[in-house]
Design a protein around this ligand. Structure first.
Ligand SMILES: *Cc1c(COP(=O)(O)O)cnc(C)c1O
Length: 356
């Protein structure tokens, strides 16, 4: 039986994507070849890469002033690659620290230029998004983590600044419409809301490039991948193919505005239960709650094992919280059906009826 997978990542993908991806391993498009054995220079794969690129543009309304790349090394490589390419030795960039991923991005950027951490919510174990801060004029960019996968917070509104924003959107890309003009760069590891692990989506405004005067190793230079359409070396053919299938699925569903509506409904359903159920409570401030990663705890920690057992028996997996928050985390990405959230909510009600 298919499980209800609340894992933070790698995570659930749409069922039709799993089915098409499985078929392509055996026989891609009736070619008599597996997707795993075709050349990255073949017309078949060049078409996949082009379609994936175009679907990203269509879904987010991205024009020709931006480059769209599928790279490797995960979002973690973008922590340093963005600063290496976009922040000169004597230049300043602003960063907001909203969790472990932000902190890692800050640490890496400090190798390359002057990093100003303009706000942090570390003082409250990252349970909110800072609101009051100033971004220094002349900053090359302001880096944010749009959704904090571990701590369960998410920006509802973008920071009030004219500086181009760089956003790590690993865990909420394509979950809602974005105002692309505000961004100098967006990056996202595929394995949360887009596809399997193995590729990282990078969206980059052309004017961000070539301002540092720095010599950059070929593979780490965005220009290399722009000039070779993300195929300077062998790209991750299969992960990019599965991303393309997910992007098609997103278009079929009606795009990111439809996703936003569904994600809001799913998140409200679960947060309502957390707020109304006397045994549970949320870990973040209400205003900044993530619609992707819902973090919550049992007020009585002694019941945790019993709750996890009950989840396991109901086919609910991946719900144990990250060690830095504890309790539980339900990741309810685009592909998570509302029915699975209902199963979890009913289970919480039943647990409380028996244990309160
Ligand atoms: C998972 C995650 C990362 C790390 O991604 P990798 O692809 O494993 O490097 C970075 N940022 C955020 C917000 C994440 O959720």
């Amino acid at each position: 039986m298919k499980k209800h997978n609340f894992s933070a990542g790698p995570s659930i993908l749409p069922q039709p994507v799993f089915e098409q991806a499985a078929q392509a391993v055996l026989n891609y498009n009736n070619s008599g070849l597996s997707i795993l054995e075709i050349s990255h220079r073949s017309p078949a794969f060049v078409a996949i890469m082009e379609e994936a690129n175009q679907l990203v543009r269509d879904l987010l309304g991205i024009g020709s002033d931006y480059e769209v790349l599928f790279l490797t090394g995960g979002a973690s490589t973008q922590f340093f690659m963005s600063a290496l390419n976009l922040l000169g030795d004597k230049q300043t960039a602003a960063y907001i620290d909203t969790g472990s991923w932000s902190a890692k991005a800050i640490k890496e950027a400090q190798r390359y230029g002057n990093v100003e951490v303009v706000a942090s919510s570390k003082d409250a174990n990252y349970n909110y998004i800072p609101k009051e801060y100033a971004v220094p004029d002349g900053s090359r960019f302001l880096h944010i983590t749009s959704n904090n996968t571990i701590f369960g917070t998410q920006y509802r509104e973008l920071p009030d600044t004219r500086v181009p924003i760089i956003a790590d959107m690993s865990s909420d890309i394509f979950s809602r419409p974005i105002d692309i003009e505000r961004y100098g760069m967006i990056y996202a590891g595929a394995q949360k809301n887009l596809g399997p692990s193995g590729t990282t989506l990078v969206i980059l405004h052309k004017e961000m490039l070539n301002q540092t005067g720095r010599s950059i190793p070929t593979m780490l230079d965005y220009n290399t991948h722009i000039n070779k359409k993300s195929a300077f070396n062998t790209p991750p053919v299969y992960p990019i193919y599965v991303c393309m299938l997910t992007l098609r699925w997103l278009i079929d569903q009606g795009g990111v505005a439809v996703m936003e509506h569904r994600n809001e409904e799913k998140a409200n359903l679960l947060y309502e239960e957390i707020d109304n159920n006397i045994l549970f409570e949320g870990t973040t401030i209400t205003q900044d709650r993530s619609r992707m990663n819902v973090t919550f705890v049992l007020k009585n920690k002694e019941l945790e094992e019993a709750f996890l057992d009950k989840c396991e028996r109901a086919g609910i997996v991946g719900i144990k919280g990250h060690r830095s928050v504890g309790g539980f985390r339900a990741s309810i990405y685009n592909a998570m059906p509302r029915e699975s959230v209902e199963v979890l909510v009913d289970l919480m009600k039943d647990f409380t009826a028996k244990n309160a």
